[in-house]
Design a protein around this ligand. Structure first.
Ligand SMILES: Cc1cc2nc3c(=O)[nH]c(=O)nc-3n(C[C@H](O)[C@H](O)[C@H](O)COP(=O)(O)OP(=O)(O)OC[C@H]3O[C@@H](n4cnc5c(N)ncnc54)[C@H](O)[C@@H]3O)c2cc1C
Ligand code: FES
Length: 284
């Protein structure tokens, strides 16, 4: 097996894919909540992705990603037997689990891919896990079987009611708290606006919250400052201090603003992936 070779590839829905990749040195040290940074080829951009799982014996790591831009669209074109140029990791701090007895993990859309290792990792460590998995509609639902097998209670909700219960994740969370569930922690993983409101609900109910932040990253080692976020008035680097932070301390409005900073450039890069040949036209 070659280094960073794609071992298996499974489409979860039109937009999301599950890859298993041979990366034995990364797999040996991986823990739930950690991520890697990869490049598809030597000219490629570096992008961070959470490890959805790892198998130390087989030397593999799992990535679940949404094809949203140039690099993830290029990843879609890799097949079993193809190799990534490089994968660096594990990066970031593993999920904090000490002292927790019962938690509620709230995943929104693509964030469910990141919530998966976290929720199932906590369950495997003996913590009781209620999982709220929210999607816009039925076509976007992923990982239902996996969540059902790897958590204690799964609540599937969609915005339009086309699958599971018609509710926002925040409605379901309020309902579970009102029903008397005593959570030691609520963990939010999804679009920043969803995480902001999940963490607000937690604070209103005096429950600690944790949010997994997906800031823009470049080196992933604390050197470039690209992933800087304001946490409780202090500058923190998501790549080395996170990616999980106390949800009550995150400056959500700043984070939401920063995440749209490169919208024009990203649209331009996407336009350079040829839909017919899959080729990329690099800038000079
Ligand atoms: C620690 C960490 C873990 C992540 N784990 C996963 C994962 O497991 N699965 C997954 O699908 N995605 C994950 N992401 C987001 C992923 O890194 C971006 O989707 C990816 O960088 C997009 O690259 P691109 O070149 O394909 O698209 P781009 O053209 O760079 O961006 C396309 C769209 O994605 C948005 N985007 C770009 N970068 C990010 C980012 N860092 N966070 C949020 N939105 C972004 C842009 O605003 C834009 O709308 C993670 C991000 C971080 C920081
Ligand atoms: S990605 Fe460079 S400091 Fe975090």
């Amino acid at each position: 097996m070659k280094r960073f070779e794609v071992v298996s590839k499974r489409k979860l829905n039109e937009n999301m894919t599950w890859l298993v990749i041979y990366a034995p040195l990364v797999a040996r040290k991986a823990r739930p909540g950690q991520f890697i940074i990869l490049r598809t080829d030597e000219y490629g951009e570096r992008i961070p992705l959470t490890m959805a799982g790892h198998d130390e014996e087989k030397g593999t790591i799992d990535l679940i990603y949404a094809a949203v831009g140039r690099t993830t669209m290029l990843m879609d074109q890799l097949e079993v037997g193809d190799c990534f140029a490089d994968i660096v990791g594990p990066l970031g701090k593993p999920t904090h689990m000490e002292g927790l007895k019962k938690v509620c993990v709230v995943g929104g859309g693509t964030g469910n891919a990141l919530a998966y290792p976290l929720a199932t990792g906590m369950h495997a460590a003996g913590i009781e896990v209620d999982m709220i998995a929210g999607f816009k509609n039925k076509d976007l639902v992923i990982l239902e079987e996996e969540f059902r097998a790897g958590t204690d209670n799964l609540y599937m909700v969609t915005d339009d009611g086309s699958y599971g219960e018609k509710a926002f994740t925040t409605d379901k969370l309020k309902e579970l708290i009102a029903a008397g569930n005593q959570y030691d922690e609520i963990i939010a993983v999804g679009p920043p606006i969803m995480m902001k409101f999940v963490c607000q609900i937690a604070a209103e109910n005096n429950i600690p919250s944790v949010a997994s932040l997906t800031a823009y990253m470049i080196d992933g080692t604390g050197m470039c400052g690209g992933c800087r976020c304001n946490i409780g008035g202090e500058d923190k680097f998501v790549c080395v201090d996170g990616p999980e932070f106390d949800g009550a301390l995150v400056d959500w409005d700043e984070l939401i603003q920063r995440n749209t900073f490169y919208a024009t450039e990203e649209a331009d890069e996407r336009a350079h992936v040829c839909r017919l040949t899959g080729g990329v036209r690099y800038h000079d």
